[in-house]
Each structure stands twice: as C-alpha cells, then as structure tokens.
Design a protein around this ligand. Structure first.
Ligand code: TRP
Length: 334
C-alpha cells in the first residue's frame, strides 16, 4: 500500500469552466497534482441526472471541460482525467451501496433537498436524481479517495459517503473502503459579475476561461460596482463592489490596488477606469491559458486520447477495488 494520499474530485460536464472554478478548484488541482495521486472525473452520468433529455450538451462539454483543464495546467502525466460513464464498476458499486441508504436519509441530504426545491421537482423527483449522492459515494470510494477537494455545498455528499463506508465495512467486517475527507478551498466563492454571491454558468453571470479578450472586457464593463457611486467625484464604496473583490483575488500589484481603493473611497476615481484596469489584469492572467487552450483545441483527437488513457488507468484501479468488494461480500464465485 502506498502512503501517498489519493485525491478524487470531479465536475459535471455541463458547460465550459469559469473564473469561479479557476479560483475555487482548478488552481488547487494544479498544486495538488504535484504531491498527490490525483483523479479528476468527468461526471457525465451524474450530469445526466438533471439533463436526461439533453445528452448532446454533456457530450459536447466533455471536450470543453478537458480543454479548460489542460489550459490551466492540469497535467495528464500527473493527474488521471477520466470519464465516469466508461467505468461501469462505479455503477456496480453504487448498486451495492443503495442497500445502505434509506429514502428518508436521501431526502434529508441538504444539497439534494435544496436542488429539488430550486428545480421544482417536488414528489416527481426521479430516483436517479435522488440517489446521485450514493453514486457519488461510489465515485469517491472506488478510487479509495482520501481527500476530496470540493466546495462547501458538497460537504453533505462526503458525510453521506462516510456513513456508507462505515456501514459497509461494519456489515461485511472488512476495511476495503476508506473514509474520505473534504478539502475546502482557501478562496471563498467568487461572486458573479452581477454581484450575486455565486458565479454560475446557468446564472448568466460568469466569465469563462475560454472567453476572448473582447468578451471578457465587455463583461467587466457590465460588472456590478457601487450603485451610489454615480459621478466620478463621488466617494465610492469598495465593500461589496465586485470590481474590487476581483482585484483582491486576481490582482498582483497590491500597491496600485491599495492606491485605487483609497482614491475610489475619497472620490475622484471613475468606475470605468477601475474596470479597464481589472480587464487588463484578467486578460494578462488568461492570455497564456487561451493560447494553451487553442493549441490543444487544434487536435480534438489528441484530447480524446488523453481522456481515454486516463479512463483506462482509472478503470484498472476501479476494477481492483470492485474485486475486493466482491470478496468482502462473498460475491466472488469463481
Ligand atoms: N457533485 C459534484 C458537483 O456537482 C461533481 C462530482 C461528481 C464529484 N462526483 C464527484 C465531486 C466525486 C467530487 C467527488 O460539482
């Protein structure tokens, strides 16, 4: 057994990745791949749970998301990038887990509960959707993931995973399954360009990593600032002012930023000037990513090959755990 910890994390491939992903998860993954065995899953089966009639969207975005991964520096020689749907062992394990989870427990999962409300499913929620946390438990444990870097909203999933792990190990008197620990990113959530608490692809308030410099600048120009800062001479607020929040996160020249803040608060600094500066900061940051992305995008087959190689490796690991699980239960007939 290796002492090196295993990281398992994933994304639903339902759209290109944005700056919120960049600070919330992608940068972390680039760091973590240096010292851990890292698996990053394209959760296409999970994405289907609320996109059942739109598989094409998922299919298209698999490649987009991987291009984003490669653009930010997730290195396929260090990180195993793989497709959930191509590893049937995950579904097999999830089936076994279903016996350890009650309906009322699933309905109490806070994240799922909120999602059911938001999507207006009510009692018409599908079993597929309701049980996605159980599948997620299989995603994590089949790779013996010790550390799971996720946002706060995913904490209930880790909790539910560990309940399953403990119940399974106790019932079959084994220790094949390992408990997982959530790794919450240092950065708080990045607000959307509209100032809302969260940037989201479906909220229409995101700056995508794949946005051109032009599109990015336009989005920055629309950003929410201080609604009471009407004239340049007026003193402005920097708290809750998205442009300054972004400068705090992405800016590197802290002296310039401190001066701008001071002038903005005193009065005499216009929004447009700050926005131009922010657009420049972001474009400087994203330019090398765009170039790398464009390079990889020229050869979609090579990208698919990266996913395929990763998936083949991931499947070997998953099959091995599944064999141990079968042994533990006594489902190893020959
Ligand atoms: N539920 C996660 C999300 O919506 C995606 C995901 C699926 C995941 N399986 C996972 C994350 C396993 C971490 C570990 O973002």
């Amino acid at each position: 057994m290796s002492a090196q910890k295993t990281i398992l994390t994933g994304d639903r491939p339902t759209g290109p990745l944005h700056l919120g992903h960049y600070v919330g998860s992608l940068l972390n993954r680039v760091e973590l791949q240096k010292s851990y065995k890292q698996f990053v899953m394209l959760a296409d089966i999970q994405a289907l749970t609320d996109n059942v009639d739109n598989p094409q969207k998922i299919r298209t975005n698999v490649c987009e998301v991987v291009l984003d991964y490669l653009a930010v520096g997730i290195d396929p020689s260090k990180t195993t990038i793989f497709l959930q749907s191509m590893i049937p062992e995950i579904a097999e394990l999830a089936t076994l887990y279903l016996n350890f989870v009650t309906l009322s427990r699933l309905k109490r999962n806070p994240t799922v509960k909120t999602e059911i409300q938001q999507k207006g499913y009510g009692d018409a929620v599908t079993v597929g959707f309701l049980t996605y946390p159980v599948h997620q438990a299989a995603d994590i444990t089949i790779f013996k993931g010790n550390l799971v870097p996720v946002g706060e909203d995913q904490l209930p999933m880790i909790e539910q995973t560990n309940e399953i792990v403990r119940a399974f190990n106790r019932t079959y008197n084994t220790n094949v399954l390992v408990e997982a620990e959530a790794l919450i990113p240092r950065f708080a959530r990045l607000p959307g360009i509209d100032g809302k608490a969260k940037m989201g692809k479906s909220l229409g308030n995101a700056i995508f990593l794949s946005d051109s410099a032009d599109v990015l600048s336009k989005k920055v120009m629309q950003m929410y600032t201080d609604p009471d800062h009407v004239r340049v001479e007026d003193p402005g607020k920097i708290e809750g002012n998205t442009v300054f929040t972004y400068l705090d996160v992405f800016g590197t020249d802290i002296i310039t930023i401190a001066q701008m803040k001071e002038q903005y608060q005193k009065g005499g600094l216009g929004d447009v000037k700050v926005k131009r500066y922010l657009a420049e900061v972001l474009n400087t940051l994203l330019e090398p990513l765009r170039q790398r992305r464009a390079e990889y995008a020229k050869d979609p087959q090579a990208v698919m090959q990266i996913i395929r190689t990763g998936t083949e490796h991931a499947r070997e690991v998953a099959a091995h755990t599944m064999m141990e699980v079968r042994q533990a239960i006594g489902l190893n007939y020959w």
